[in-house]
Design a protein around this ligand. Structure first.
Ligand SMILES: [Zn+2]
Length: 685
């Protein structure tokens, strides 16, 4: 043996040894997996709770709502740090979007006695730093007006609630509804649309202590639940119809962009709506007479809830109607081999107030990960594909920044993005939650297998499977409510959404702040930092894998489940012919297994497989989208109007409307997409 060959062998021995010990990583040969594990270990070693905590402190120091001066400062602060960390092409992108701010908000009960809602949150001596003082609490995209009317209690403000009221003979026309946030949960924009459709003139949404207050446990500052004065702000945009700037639906609001008149915008509510604390709602609810509300509508306030009449309320909202600039920060670590292929990592930066959980925990996580990956690149350990970091703005309004950016760079993203990994709030507790398209199930599971839960030292996979079952570790039912929407539903790019969750009753209130996080959510920033490891390993695997770590058998299998669930909907068996869809799904499953076998034999060329696989998920996109919502193009997923997940949306909405002809047409469109997918998979074997 020549000395050269001997030294090669000696060089290989450690890698081969650790290759035998290391668990397999999808998309990597055993030797490459060992090197990858080493790289990821180095990345994890660079992560520090102290620097994560320092960023968290900076993000939560001041309120930073979308379009505020502070939020723009933060965009620049992030850009400067990313440059320091060694990221490339760091820049701010500006979009001008409709984002009216309030000039006046008032809610007053005028009968049976006068009571003016404070619309403010208490300050606690333990938490004096985080006291915003008098500011207007409001719901983004509320209509403007001054209306006085009879108050009616409508539970959660969902259609079934109004159906019940109407069945009791309660007239809703011209009245003002008072509704709860979550009984059951529905997105506040859906409540607004429902109230508008039922003829109400205004809507008050309040936080009942049963859902996030004292009925749950100790309240802030003694516990994680909401105190009586906490107010859940939020937007009521109809972004389940079309997200992003309402005046540029389907194209980016860059300089010079065409804008449609407000009257034509489908995502702008007309109804006037205001958020209330339990404390402000109590006197109004207490004043209601009339029929006793059903037992499931009773809340935690100390009296019997009635639906009305008995109280008259005046609601005044004046919004300024303005278009405002928002700022997306963008930076990248250029890939060493295929820089046009990208893994995109996004988090929104804007908060309703201090936004400790939502989103600053995720923002701090993202900064820490950018620092670690930047360091690796500076040390010469550059990813093969490009890793793009994005800090979105105005997510809280209509998923605005991410949608505009996705629309602006649609071509580049569809040509090169291999996945979008979203982290909104990274941490409100210790329970790991991952949602993803099934194509990425294996990737998510393997990453969870390789990251330790900081509390128990066991793997996140083990801890999570023990809690929700092995099948539930990755949730494949994707709704909306965060920035992955444009990537999944509009661009057809595989997405993952990650968080750690726990008891959290201060969402979108001023109490979602540094004190809350350091006392309850994540003392010591352990989970915030662990999320950087999860996110980083996932990004590095997608960036470095020889064969993209997608799993088409998983999506074919999950599709089969979605079809079974559809078939179980009453009436479907008798009235809808799903034979074509089922046959197509079986063929797709076979083609996916064929590809899997070919990959195992190593017969498929990685370059050809990657080029085709990168576009695979885009085969789900329907020309003209789902009926009535052309922006939402994915055949398997769309959000319900409540933001909940809706599978096979085109068929499902037609079935729910009882339109069997339309359902059959949508089934044919789905079968066609499955066949295109099958052909693409078969071509790769
Ligand atoms: Zn958020």
């Amino acid at each position: 043996m020549s000395p050269a060959r001997l030294s090669v062998l000696l060089f290989l021995v450690p890698a081969l040894l650790s290759a035998q010990m290391a668990p397999p990583i999808r998309g990597f040969s055993p030797v490459a997996a060992a090197a990858q594990a080493q790289l990821e270990g180095k990345m994890a070693g660079l992560l520090s709770r102290d620097s994560t905590g320092a960023w968290f402190k900076e993000f939560t120091r001041l309120p930073h709502p979308a379009a505020s001066e502070r939020n723009r400062q933060l965009a620049e602060l992030i850009a400067a740090a990313w440059k320091r960390y060694g990221l490339e092409d760091v820049r701010l992108r500006r979009y001008d979007v409709l984002m009216p701010w309030p000039e006046q908000v008032g809610v007053t009960m005028t009968a049976p006695r006068t009571h003016r809602a404070t619309l403010t949150e208490d300050c606690f001596p333990e938490d004096r730093e985080a006291c915003v003082g008098p500011e207007l609490t409001y719901l983004g995209m509320s209509g403007s007006g001054d209306v006085t009317g009879e108050l009616v209690y409508a539970n959660s403000g969902n259609p079934a609630d109004y159906d019940w009221l109407e069945a009791q003979g309660v007239d809703l026309q011209g009245k003002i509804a008072i509704v709860r946030y979550s009984n059951p949960y529905s997105y506040r924009g859906f409540k607004a649309l429902t109230a508008e459709q039922r003829g109400l003139r205004a809507m008050l949404i309040y936080s009942d202590p049963q859902e996030d207050g004292y009925r749950k446990g100790l309240t802030f500052p003694n516990g994680p639940w909401g105190p009586e004065s906490h107010i859940q702000r939020g937007a009521i945009s109809y972004d389940f119809i079309v997200p992003g700037d309402p005046l540029t639906p389907g194209w980016a609001s860059v300089e010079g962009a065409r804008r449609i008149p407000e009257a034509e915008a489908r995502s702008i509510p007309k109804i006037i709506a205001v958020p209330l604390s339990a404390r402000d709602a109590e006197p109004m609810l207490r004043a209601l007479a009339g029929p006793v509300a059903p037992s499931t509508w009773q809340g935690a306030l100390p009296f019997t809830y009635r639906v009305g009449p008995g109280a008259t309320v005046r609601v005044t909202v004046k919004m300024d109607g303005r278009v405002r600039p928002i700022w997306v920060t963008e930076g990248r670590i250029r890939g060493s081999e295929t820089p046009d292929q990208m893994v995109v990592l996004g988090n929104h930066r804007d908060a309703w107030v201090y936004g400790a959980v939502d989103p600053s925990s995720g923002s701090a996580t993202q900064m820490e990960l950018a620092r670690a990956l930047g360091r690796l690149a500076q040390d010469g350990q550059r990813p093969k594909r490009t890793i793009v970091f994005t800090s979105w703005d105005a997510e809280e309004w209509h998923l605005t920044g991410s949608t505009e950016w996705g629309e602006e760079f649609a071509k580049e993203l569809q040509a090169g993005a291999v996945a979008y990994l979203n982290v909104d709030g990274s941490t409100s507790g210790a329970e790991f939650k991952a949602s993803a398209v099934a194509t990425l199930n294996r990737l998510v599971q393997e990453v969870a297998r390789d990251v330790a839960d900081p509390a128990t030292g066991k793997s996140l996979l083990e801890v999570t499977a023990a809690r929700v079952g092995a099948d539930g570790v990755v949730d494949n039912k994707l709704g909306s409510g965060s920035d992955y929407t444009v990537f999944l539903n509009y661009l057809g790019i595989p997405v993952v959404d990650l968080s750690f969750n726990g008891p959290y009753g201060v969402y979108h209130s001023q109490y979602d702040n540094h004190t809350w996080m350091s006392r309850f959510g994540d003392p010591g920033f352990r989970y915030m930092t662990t999320m950087a490891e999860v996110w980083g390993r996932m990004a590095l695997r997608l960036a470095n894998a020889a064969v993209l770590p997608y799993d088409a058998t998983a999506i074919a299998w999950r599709l089969g489940q979605f079809v079974d669930e559809l078939a179980a909907v009453p009436g479907v068996k008798e009235r809808l012919d799903l034979a074509d869809v089922t046959a197509a799904q079986r063929a797709m499953h076979e083609a996916a297994e064929g590809l899997e076998a070919a990959l195992k034999r190593g017969v498929a060329s990685p370059r050809a497989v990657n080029a085709a696989m990168q576009r695979l998920e885009q085969q789900w996109l329907l020309v003209d989208g789902i009926p009535g919502r052309p922006w939402f193009r994915h055949a398997l997923y769309a959000p319900k109007y409540t933001y909940a997940a809706l599978e096979l949306p085109g068929i499902r909405e037609a079935v729910d409307a009882g339109d069997w002809g339309a359902a059959q047409r949508e089934a044919a469109r789905l079968a066609e997409r499955i066949r295109v997918m099958t052909a693409a998979l078969a071509a790769l074997r």
